[in-house]
Ligand binder design. Structure first.
Ligand code: ZN
Length: 159
């Protein structure tokens, strides 16, 4: 009887684990799909940690934090335009901050990595993690603070 129970339990366990979806299944919705090995070959270590593993760069480490030149910020991984210089502001956080994204080019999800719910944002084309959105942005405009890792962006100055 005991043996039967164990066999049954093992069977359940096996079915359960094989039914689990691979974590990468979610990324198949994006227009640009590469394997993690391909991304790793294309990106620097820090770019890979932020864009592909949802890491966070050190505050005040990005040269783009204090960049106020006119231009557009594109995805470091796939060059999709994500943010415009006219929507950038100094939040004092140490990360490049914008009051809005280029609509349609940035997608959102929620995460609880720090124990509370945050709105995560990522490139809508390749799925690369960019940062988070908070509701303590400039009240005069959108009230939103898009807190973005500079390492996830390439700045293209206006010609
Ligand atoms: Zn991208």
């Amino acid at each position: 009887m005991n043996k039967l129970f164990i066999a049954f339990a093992l069977l359940l366990f096996n079915c359960n684990s094989s039914a689990q979806k691979p974590k990468s299944a979610a990324s198949s919705n994006f227009k640009i799909n590469k394997t993690e090995a391909q991304w790793q070959a294309q990106l620097s270590d820090m770019e890979f940690i932020v864009l592909r593993q949802a890491g966070t760069e050190r505050a005040f480490s990005s040269p783009l934090n204090k960049n106020y030149a006119e231009g557009v910020y594109v995805c470091k991984a796939c060059e999709t335009p994500l943010f415009k210089s006219e929507h950038k502001y100094d939040s004092g956080s140490g990360w490049p901050s914008f009051d809005r994204e280029i609509k349609g080019n940035v997608a959102f999800s929620t995460d609880k990595d720090l124990g509370y719910t945050r709105t995560e944002e990522h490139c809508a084309t390749c799925g690369g993690h960019l940062g988070h959105v908070f509701n303590d942005g400039p009240k005069k405009t959108t009230g939103k603070r898009h807190c973005i890792n500079g390492v996830a962006l390439t700045f293209i100055p206006k010609e």
